[in-house]
Design a protein around this ligand. Structure first.
Ligand SMILES: Nc1ncnc2c1ncn2[C@@H]1O[C@H](COP(=O)(O)OP(=O)(O)OP(=O)(O)O)[C@@H](O)[C@H]1O
Length: 464
């Protein structure tokens, strides 16, 4: 829509000789025009071919003794409702519908480079993100992002972002319910966020799932109108950072029931170090050695006296471990106190090929993992229940087990909180390992159900 449309509503009733006047205008105006730019502008405007054609046509139509068709056309165009229609069309065509971005609040520090102003132009579609209040800081955070929704497609909002204001309305002092109301109310116009990324979430999230869905996010645009608002603005076509991150989005799921004789689902136990993963694994093996087998993880830490190669771990050098990481041989790996630990893809495949239930990491259609998060109880209960328990510390140690320290307990609980907030959406079952026997029983019941009951799984797992 542009100038052509505007001309379309000109009255066809033009004074005689208008065309000649139009042609003569630029030279007649020449003495009054001082700058070259203005002169060029006038020439272009009055020399515009479509304008000349239109005026000429109008003159011709007026001058001729009208044929039936011409009379009918003139008649139609002269009707008030056609004129109104064209006039409305032109008004709409000239109007700018770009949303106005409100200026940044004055109290934002100039050094605060992490403030993002985000403009999502919404139609009737919901934003597709949920919010929650951080228990400690009281800040309003983005809690989840719905897959395929407006927020997801934009790639501009991330889980953990702090929501500062919506459409110029500060949200710090508002309850989530009130904010949701604001978000819903602006659904037909503009939704502006000022987000501040908390220091903690700047860390690259650990990559568990690596879904690529860049095709979704294309259509959001940002236009810069007010210089005051340009602290940091993003034109988002595709966000690499988003694609790589383990973003907590909603997934399309479908009921799934394992057919008898079909491959077992991979059972994945995750939890902070020392929480009791090995203990639960060991109990599973003892309880039904025919049914369960485990992957043997790799490590770069030195073998201890009582350990055997291929039983507790495959012991490999740091160099080989790094080469294997580089060659994508590990489903998961991590570094703990200077040593690498990881589970190789081959180890999982070899266990699954024996058609036995297993324990370790992965999340694809091939393995359909059932992820159980083993969570520590509160610190007071850890002190109580782990009084006689021993852990084998990592670095610098030659195999001596030691009792848990207060620091170990605190670290276990805080790591668990971190894991749950970052990856909680991947956990299908959470078992609190307070009393070991109770935790083990709960695990056995859950694993039995995985084999027999119907469970919700991502729909993509059923396509392969
Ligand atoms: N519920 C429990 N009550 C008492 N002791 C427990 C309980 N669960 C585990 N333990 C003990 O805690 C210690 C650490 O457990 P375990 O080695 O299984 O932890 P882990 O999660 O496998 O640790 P890591 O990942 O570092 O190997 C062991 O001595 C174990 O017997």
């Amino acid at each position: 829509m542009g100038a052509d449309c505007v001309v379309s509503s000109c009255s066809l009733s033009v004074p005689p000789g208008l065309h000649e006047l139009l042609c003569a205008l630029p030279s007649q105006l020449q003495p009054h025009v001082h700058s070259q730019d203005d002169s060029t502008f006038l020439h272009n405007m009055f020399g515009e071919r479509s304008l000349h054609s239109l005026v000429k046509l109008s003159e011709e139509l007026q001058g001729k003794s009208a044929s039936e068709e011409i009379s009918e056309l003139l008649n139609l165009l002269a009707k008030p409702h056609v004129k109104s229609l064209l006039s409305v069309h032109d008004t709409v065509a000239q109007k700018s519908y770009d949303p106005e971005l409100p200026p940044l609040p004055d109290d934002i520090d100039d050094d605060e480079v992490s403030v993002k102003i985000i403009r999502l132009v919404k139609n009737k579609e919901p934003l597709g993100a949920t919010i929650k209040r951080d228990e400690h800081t009281g800040a309003i955070l983005i809690a989840r992002i719905m897959r395929g929704g407006a927020a997801d497609r934009s790639g501009l909002i991330h889980v953990g972002d702090v929501l500062r204001e919506v459409n110029g309305v500060p949200v710090d002092d508002k309850k989530p319910d009130e904010i949701i109301h604001i978000l819903v109310c602006v659904s037909v116009c503009v939704c502006v966020f000022a987000l501040r990324r908390p220091a903690a979430s700047v860390l690259q999230p650990q990559k568990i799932s690596n879904r690529r869905s860049s095709g979704f996010r294309r259509s959001f645009r940002l236009s810069r109108r007010d210089k005051k608002t340009n602290k940091s603005m993003y034109e988002c076509k595709k966000s690499e950072q988003y694609d790589m991150a383990d973003v907590a989005t909603y997934e399309e799921v479908t009921p799934h029931r394992r057919q008898s004789g079909a491959k077992h689902r991979l059972v994945v136990l995750v939890g902070p170090t020392g929480v009791g993963l090995n203990e639960l694994k060991r109990k599973l093996l003892i309880s039904d050695p025919q049914h369960f087998s485990v992957t043997v993880p790799h490590t770069s830490r030195p073998k201890r006296n009582q350990e055997n190669e291929g039983v507790e771990y495959h012991f490999i050098s740091k160099n080989i471990f790094e080469t294997d990481i580089h060659n994508n041989k590990f489903i998961e790996h991590g570094e703990y106190k200077g040593n690498y630990y990881g589970t190789s893809l081959d180890s999982v495949r070899s266990v699954l090929s024996k058609k036995q239930g297993t324990i370790k990491h992965l999340r694809t259609a091939e393995f359909k993992p059932y992820v159980v998060f083993v969570k520590p109880p509160p610190v007071e209960r850890l002190r109580e229940s782990r009084r006689n328990a021993k852990i084998i510390p990592g670095k610098d140690d030659k195999g001596s087990a030691k009792s848990f320290s207060e620091e170990d307990f605190l670290e276990m609980v805080s790591t668990a909180q971190q894991m749950e907030s970052q990856h909680g959406h991947l956990f299908e079952k959470i078992i609190v390992n307070d009393d070991l026997t109770a935790a083990f029983t709960e695990l056995k019941v859950a694993l039995k159900k995985v084999e027999t009951d119907t469970h919700w799984v991502p729909i993509s797992w059923t396509h392969s």
